[in-house]
Write a protein of this length. Sequence first.
Length: 195
Amino acid sequence: MVFIQQPIMPAVRQMKDFEILLSSNYEYIIMLDIHLARLKSIFQLANQHGKKLFLHADLIQGLHNDQYGTEFLCQEFKPYGLLSTKANVILKAKEKGVIAIQRIFLIDNNALSKSYALLEKTKPDFIEVLPAAVLMMTKEVMAQWKLQIPILAGGFIRTIEDVETALKLGAVTVTTSNRELWKHYEPPASAKAKK
């Protein structure tokens, strides 16, 4: 997948951050905490600026995060990808040909066991592991699962060292809403022009 060439993927919670990213060299952006009524204008702006959007389906206000809401998003807005903790969202996104990112929270052994079962059921295109500090578990997760699904790391990413550690531990990219890290890792203009 092409977006793995971005060491980080900006995760946006506020419109002012989205507007900043429109003029950046980032091609791929994750939209968090957005109201359904704003999606049309956001996608218009993104398309005008050559940005590809991932939507966190669980955080869209005004839309139920189930297979029907997912089908609506895929047909109406055609996002580049969807993130969700819900199996039905991931399965429907894959059915619709949209990149599916299964978000898992590894907080204890019980959550890890449930995540194994969830990943076996959904077989997502990518896994986002939260918090990223648990990436040391990545190798265990991959060995247990015996599959090669690329992993995104997110949550508690505060420093350049956090990003570098996550990448060294096997994440293909890091999701963050930290503006300073966006600035530090922004791809050069020449990388954008090559695509």
